[in-house]
Design a protein around this ligand. Structure first.
Ligand code: HGY
Ligand code: MN
Ligand code: MN
Length: 422
């Protein structure tokens, strides 16, 4: 094993950049006393975070371009100008109750890898690029991994621009308002390879006492919005049998989903109702309407389809149980199980071995930009262990400075080996 292509990054510098970025969009969670992050896509906080990181890209000598969907790419030229770039990166937009690491580790780790190659005076054969993908979380404009889906051609630019947030503001308007409606084409030319480093966001690595995950793929994702139309009525005078109670029906959806999961009939199905609102949302009025989102995850595409069908059948029974009640649904996002590339996974595993880091293979429970880019080129991911059962989408999200540095050591070494060098 040559040590020339064994890259160890500056873990302190990486950690400082993670902590500095985490202060943008930071808030103090009164209940837990923890400091969380809220940088929903294309808000002022997200735009400020992007601008800070673009400055770091430029300081690292990267040529920065922005595309029509706000994706940011920082490019480091290689020895072979005609060679396709080896791409890394992730997202900086966050959920509303985020920690400092989700997405950020992949972007800031990519920049740290570049800084280290600069310091080592290493020229790669293929160019290297670090990407910031817009609206990976999907929680503002309503569909998961939006930007990379447009880059890979799964979602059209027009459809993406027309997406609105809960206030009716379109994604296109927010791109223009924040200045991230860049000139570059939103479609991504197929890279040579893509490798993303991300926190695991679950308990598997910690439970196994292992720092590095070599990710086998991403499980299927199904997001839909369910709207239940009932009838507003007086809470005191309306007999139960005369009610079309949208709130009751919404609660039945939630408990039925858990019953589906507990039944074991859908394999490793996970079901979440993350958004639930009743209208007019007043104490003495039977809810006229309930809006909820259903997030289903399953590694088995057949069992996912069966769960979706059975949910539709259950929603129909709600109308039978309460005459006058009706239910409508809208597809928000849908991706199948995506396997990652064995060749890239082998390079990652070898890099971990050469760094003396134990690793294990695991499927990603969370969606990632990598699952969309996998449609364009050989793609795989590196997971970094999280503490506190790997909790994420919660201010308690935490990975140690050592675990972050080790993950980026493996990333930098993998990028260098994929890109070739003098
Ligand atoms: O929804 C997901 O799995 C990712 O966090 N966007
Ligand atoms: Mn993420
Ligand atoms: Mn996330």
């Amino acid at each position: 094993m040559s040590t020339r292509d064994l890259i160890t990054v500056n873990g302190d510098r990486l950690w400082r950049s993670l902590m500095e970025l985490a202060e943008i969009g930071a808030y103090d969670d009164e209940r837990t006393g923890l400091r969380g992050v809220n940088r929903l896509a294309l808000t002022d906080a997200d735009a400020a975070g992007r601008r800070l990181v673009i400055g770091w890209m430029e300081q690292a000598g990267l040529a920065v371009r922005v595309d029509r969907m706000g994706n940011v790419y920082g490019r480091r030229e290689g020895g072979d100008p005609g060679a396709r770039p080896v791409l890394t990166g992730s997202h900086l937009d966050s959920v509303a109750t985020a920690g400092a690491f989700d997405g950020c580790l992949g972007v800031l780790g990519g920049i740290e890898a570049i800084r280290t190659l600069n310091e080592r005076g290493i020229t790669t054969r293929h160019p290297l690029e670090v990407a910031i993908f817009t609206e990976e979380e999907g929680v503002r404009f309503g569909t998961d991994m939006l930007r990379s889906a447009v880059a890979a051609g799964r979602v059209s630019l027009e459809d993406a621009y027309a997406l609105t947030d809960r206030d009716g503001v379109t994604l296109g308007a927010e791109l223009a308002r924040t200045g991230f409606d860049g000139p570059a084409s939103e479609r991504l030319d197929p890279p040579h390879a893509y490798v993303e480093c991300h926190i695991e966001q679950g308990p598997v690595l910690a439970n196994a006492g292992v720092e590095i995950g070599v990710v086998t793929g991403v499980q299927g994702i199904s997001w839909q919005e369910v709207v239940i139309h009932g009838r507003a009525a007086h809470a005191g005078t309306t007999p139960t049998e005369l009610r079309a109670d949208a709130g009751l029906a919404a609660a039945q959806v939630v408990t039925n989903l858990r019953a589906m999961v507990d039944s074991g009939s859908y394999g490793e199905l996970r079901a979440t109702v993350g958004h639930l609102a009743v209208h007019p949302d007043l104490t003495n009025i039977v809810p006229a309407r309930a809006e909820l989102t259903v997030d289903l995850r399953n590694p088995d595409d057949g069992l996912m389809a069966r769960a979706e069908e059975d949910l539709v059948a259950f929603l129909r029974t709600l109308e039978e149980r309460q005459p006058g009640l009706s239910v409508t649904t809208r597809r928000m996002a849908r991706t199948s199980h995506v396997p990652f590339d064995d060749g890239v996974r082998k390079v990652i595993a070898q890099a971990a071995d050469d760094h003396g880091l134990a690793h294990l293979s695991l499927l990603s429970g969370a969606g990632h930009d990598a699952q969309e880019i996998a449609a364009l080129c050989p793609t795989a991911m590196i997971f970094v262990r999280g503490e506190y059962d790997g909790i994420s989408h919660n201010p308690r999200e935490y990975s140690t400075p050592e675990a972050c540095a080790h993950g980026i050591d493996v990333l930098a070494t993998t990028l260098l080996r994929l890109a070739g060098h003098d």
